[in-house]
Structures are given as C-alpha cells and as structure tokens.
Design a binder for this molecule. Structure first.
Ligand SMILES: [Zn+2]
Length: 82
C-alpha cells in the first residue's frame, strides 16, 4: 500500500527520522506541501481519510500560496555597520 501525505495526499514522501529504539516511530516529510508528521500521532493526523478537511491542501493551490509573513520591501536607506 502506498503511503500518502495526510494533508495533500501526495505520494512524494521522505522518511526524515527514526526512533532511537528501532520500530517505535518514524518522522515523514511531504515533498509537495512540506507537511511533517510522526507515525505515532493520532489517526486524525496520519490518516488522509481522517485528516480534518479544513486543513487539507490542494496541489494546485500550493504554487499560489502567499508567503507568511510577507517579506517587506527593501529599504531605500542604507544601514551603516559599525
Ligand atoms: Zn503533502
């Protein structure tokens, strides 16, 4: 069975950490939406079907996502370093 990201349901997932005691948990990272979760979290977090619909992300919306917080305009005044 293919693992899916609980938030965006992408199959592009990396294992980024494993428990010091083998087999207890793994940490996964979604390469599509950047969601990170641990296998030992509740089903409402790790299962795409049970993940809260209000927090789901659609692939087509990711490229249009705004940057939070917004990056301010560069000041025209130069800051001198001492
Ligand atoms: Zn994802």
């Amino acid at each position: 069975m293919t693992m899916l990201c609980p938030r965006c349901e992408s199959e592009s997932i990396d294992v980024v950490a494993k428990s010091p005691v083998a087999g207890c948990w793994e940490v996964f990272f979604c390469l599509t939406c950047k969601f990170t979760w641990r296998s030992s979290e509740p089903r409402s977090i790790v299962d795409p079907v049970q993940y809260h619909p209000a927090f789901k992300v659609r692939w087509e919306d990711i490229e249009h996502a705004i940057i939070v917080p917004a990056i301010p305009e560069r000041s025209s005044k130069s800051v001198s370093r001492q």
